[in-house]
Design a protein around this ligand. Structure first.
Ligand SMILES: NC(=O)c1ccc[n+]([C@@H]2O[C@H](COP(=O)([O-])OP(=O)(O)OC[C@H]3O[C@@H](n4cnc5c(N)ncnc54)[C@H](O)[C@@H]3O)[C@@H](O)[C@H]2O)c1
Length: 239
């Protein structure tokens, strides 16, 4: 029970990678708030669905107040909710640009601005931000997404410094997954997915459970001396 009695928030926790992270945390004894604007796709003891669009600034503050009132604290935050709106730069609309920036960057800020300082106050915590290999390598047709996922790495390094400056062990790390089989890949043609698989040393795409295992490690005391890092979890991908 690596997360016994911990209170965890996982955004985008209703399906895909976020769902596997929420389940892995609950299995290890945490109470998990699965925050999502979409419908919940599973049921599990100790995973509580909370409907919220993380771009809603006031909604995020209300959520934070309600959870701290009810559970007393938040020990773990996984900023996992994210979207893509792909197009070549010359065809990318303002709507596509703004939507991705709003969810993938502003949505994270909306929660960390409250939960980060709260972790300082309670004497520690773990924040895990889900970036992407696209933020590390860049990718054709994903200027908006690549900018946000590289931005997530900058936020991770900044918050690792900012929330630990009083000598309190608030650890902030990122995971940069490669291509992982979830609905977010639904619009990517199979031949492209095969090409991405061929670009990995392990010659395959990832499964959401494989990202959840890394999140569990970073959330737990097993990672007590790891902060400010981005762990590429991509089967050895070179884009
Ligand atoms: N699947 C991949 O190949 C891959 C690779 C690298 C990084 N990632 C990142 O992993 C994270 C999870 O991706 P996934 O593949 O599980 O995607 P997914 O589309 O299967 O799930 C994303 C979840 O986030 C929720 N969400 C989206 N916008 C939201 C908002 N504004 N407020 C609240 N919830 C919102 C959705 O409703 C959905 O349940 C994303 O940040 C994504 O960018 C995914």
């Amino acid at each position: 029970m690596k997360l016994k009695d911990k209170i965890a928030v996982v955004t985008g926790g209703a399906k895909g990678i976020g769902a596997e992270i929420a389940k892995a945390f609950a299995k290890e004894g945490a109470t998990v708030l699965a925050v999502d604007m979409g419908e919940m796709t599973y049921e599990m003891d100790n995973v509580i669905y909370y409907q919220l669009n993380i771009t809603d600034t006031e909604g995020c503050k209300a959520f934070y107040d309600e959870i701290v009132e009810k559970f007393g604290r938040i020990d773990i935050l996984v900023n996992n909710a994210g979207i893509t709106r792909d197009a070549m730069t010359r065809k990318m609309t303002d709507e596509m640009w703004n939507a991705v920036i709003n969810v993938n960057l502003k949505g994270i800020f909306n929660l960390v601005r409250y939960i980060g300082p709260q972790m300082e106050n309670i004497g520690g915590g773990s924040i895990i931000n889900i970036s992407s290999v696209v933020g590390v390598f860049g990718n054709i047709g994903q200027a908006n997404y690549a900018a946000t996922k590289a931005g997530v790495i900058g936020l991770t390094k900044t918050w690792a410094k900012e929330f630990a400056r009083k000598g309190v062990p608030v650890r902030v790390n990122a995971i940069a997954p490669g291509y992982v089989m979830t609905d977010i890949l639904k619009t990517v043609p199979q031949d492209l997915l095969d090409q991405f698989a061929a670009l990995t040393m392990l010659k395959r795409l990832g499964q959401p459970e494989e990202i959840a295992k890394v999140a569990l490690f970073l959330a737990s005391d097993d990672a007590s001396y790891i902060t400010g890092q981005t762990i590429q979890t991509d089967g050895g991908m070179r884009l």
